[in-house]
Write a protein that binds this ligand. Structure first.
Ligand code: SF4
Ligand code: SF4
Length: 185
């Protein structure tokens, strides 16, 4: 009998402690929002999938195709596809042959930006090692909180095309020439 009474008191005490904790948090300001009716305003600290940082030309990445990010990535998420050298003109071929004959170094005129930059988001742990090892500051986390898909392929990105699509979609960039004001006479 005494044992049962003790257990009841213990249970009641446990209930009181639980209610106290619940009451304390119930009275605190709400930190979550009722999505999709409301969305959070500040996503500055959110780490979305990786994206390439554009250069002054919004359609060309800052990336110089060095491959350091892919080497450093612990999850093998990245594949950097370098551009092939452009076919030289007959004049250039002649100049190159002459330079070689004279023992001079032929300058590589291949654009440094990558042809493709493949990123497998399904493998990425968002550790940031690739960004830390990039000498050009060409990678960043996106603020894309709405990334969703139906298959693994929906999370396999080609980041050059992704960056260009984003630039194309932006209504105006700081690199566009200002529109001249016209005045009607
Ligand atoms: S954030 Fe980490 S896991 Fe993701 S691509 Fe970069 S290095 Fe790899
Ligand atoms: S993103 Fe940076 S580290 Fe990776 S290939 Fe481009 S320049 Fe090199």
């Amino acid at each position: 009998m005494i044992k049962e009474a003790m257990k009841t008191v213990s249970d009641l005490w446990s209930l009181m402690v639980g209610l106290k904790v619940t009451g304390r948090y119930f009275l605190e300001p709400q930190v979550t929002v009722r999505y999709p009716w409301k969305a959070v305003d500040n996503i500055d600290t959110f780490k979305g999938h990786l994206e390439l940082v554009p250069s002054k030309d919004p359609f060309k990445p800052k990336c110089i195709s060095c491959g350091m990010c892919a080497l450093a990535c612990p999850s093998n998420c990245l594949t950097v596809v370098k551009r092939k050298p452009p076919k030289p003109t007959p004049e250039e071929e002649k100049a190159q042959a002459e330079a070689k004959a004279n023992g001079e170094k032929v300058k590589d005129k291949t654009p440094k930006d990558p042809e493709k930059f493949i990123y497998d988001y399904t493998l990425c742990s968002l550790c940031g090692t690739c960004m830390e090892n990039c000498p050009a500051g060409a990678l960043r986390f996106s603020g894309n909180v709405y990334q969703a898909g139906y298959s693994r392929n929906d999370f396999l990105f080609e980041l050059v095309a992704h960056m260009q699509t984003k630039a194309d979609a932006s209504p105006k960039t700081e690199f566009e020439p200002p529109v001249a004001e016209t005045s009607e006479a």
